[in-house]
Design a protein around this ligand. Structure first.
Ligand SMILES: Cc1cc2nc3c(=O)[nH]c(=O)nc-3n(C[C@H](O)[C@H](O)[C@H](O)COP(=O)(O)OP(=O)(O)OC[C@H]3O[C@@H](n4cnc5c(N)ncnc54)[C@H](O)[C@@H]3O)c2cc1C
Length: 338
């Protein structure tokens, strides 16, 4: 993958302190070996230790050092695909499951942060999905009906999002969404996992996973973890290559974040329905300033090499709609799998 993603710094890399973990230097055994210490792997490991399982987590980088460090961390049941599309793809029951699972994910993150006392800036807030122009009102009305069909009955159509700098026009308001600092959350999960006896090794690249009882997870320095079960949580899977890679479509996506006077942009999650779409949220910096985080400008991985123009277009889009935006403090990119 040719891009600048690995070199860029997201805001979370500067706000959270994620503790260093050792490299695996001897063979070991656990009930479950989790490969990947992003939000998927760390959440799985946390749940397993809570159930009394012995767990080893392996990551070839640092905790959260993959795409979890690059997310904008909208914790939401508003997805890239509209619910009308999800109904076509997965049927009505399938789309309901999608809505339920994402709602449960928001609730679960909130509950874990509370129970484990993880100070990760988790907040509940509204989300606004708006069509980029008035021609799309039909689309929004149909989407509202689909959203209600999948069980998100508290979603409503409103005349506009509560922004002063720009009129979004008619949009959908999704209550009870969430946002957080993903790396502060993972730092807290790491502590909770270790408190329950879980072991986390970073800088440990997994080369081969062999099924059977026990399964064998072989690392590049020759050390082996044997386990009753292995969970591969590497985002892009390193096992089942033939099955999953054909189903996944990786896209690069880009983010800028600019200082805005505190309170000048109402705190909420925002998305438009363009393709590629823009996604927006805020993060508090201090008493005086918030950070306005704006993402978009996606392209299929490998099909463009023009990050600087994409950041420039994001900045123009932001300035036109959020004239209060000042200095851009962060620009970063990452890869999402569809
Ligand atoms: C700019 C951007 C904005 C986004 N915004 C949102 C959003 O608002 N809301 C949302 O829900 N999602 C968002 N996403 C998507 C979200 O970031 C990802 O879905 C999520 O972080 C994936 O988590 P993960 O644990 O599956 O993968 P990762 O965080 O990538 O973790 C996988 C881990 O596996 C490790 N690994 C890989 N191969 C090996 C190996 N061979 N051996 C050992 N370890 C290995 C990696 O080092 C990595 O740490 C966004 C993504 C980007 C890039």
């Amino acid at each position: 993958m040719r891009n600048d993603s690995g070199k860029t710094i997201s805001i979370w890399m500067t706000t959270a302190e994620v503790s260093d973990q050792p490299v695996l230097t001897e063979n070991t055994h656990a009930d479950v070996c989790v490969v990947g210490a992003g939000i998927a792997g760390m959440s799985t490991a946390y749940m397993l230790t809570r159930e009394g399982k012995s767990v080893v987590v392996l990551d070839d980088g640092s905790i959260g050092g993959g795409q979890t460090a690059r997310t904008t961390a909208h914790v939401s049941n508003v997805l890239t695909y509209r619910y009308q599309e999800l109904e076509q793809m997965h049927g009505k029951e399938g789309a309901k499951l999608v809505a339920q699972s994402h709602t449960i994910a928001i609730n679960t993150i909130e509950a874990i942060a509370t129970q484990e006392n993880i100070n990760c800036d988790f907040e509940r807030l509204d989300g606004y999905l708006f069509p980029p122009d008035m021609k799309s009102i039909d689309e929004i009305q149909q989407e509202l009906e689909a959203v209600h069909r999948v069980g998100l009955t508290n979603v409503e159509m409103v005349k506009k999002a509560p922004l002063t700098g720009f009129d979004t026009g008619v949009c959908l308001r999704f209550p009870q969404q969430g946002q957080f600092d993903p790396l502060k959350y993972l730092a807290g999960l790491a502590e909770a996992i270790q408190r329950r006896g879980g072991r986390i090794y970073t800088g440990t690249h997994v080369e081969k996973i062999q099924g059977g009882l026990p399964a064998r997870v072989e690392t590049s320095n020759g050390k082996v973890v044997t386990a009753d079960a292995v969970v591969v949580a590497t985002n892009s899977p390193i096992s089942n290559l033939a099955i999953m890679h054909f189903k996944q479509a990786p896209y690069m996506t880009f983010v800028i974040s600019a200082k805005v006077p505190s309170g000048s942009v109402p705190k909420a999650l925002y998305w438009d329905t363009l393709d590629p779409y823009h996604y927006v949220r805020l993060q508090r910096i201090d008493e005086q300033y918030d950070l306005l985080i704006v993402g978009g400008e996606d392209h299929k991985t490998g099909q463009a090499d023009d990050a600087s123009s994409r950041y420039a277009r994001l900045q123009t889009w932001t300035q036109e709609r959020f004239p209060m935006a000042q200095e851009v403090l962060f620009r970063w990119s990452g890869q999402v799998e569809f």
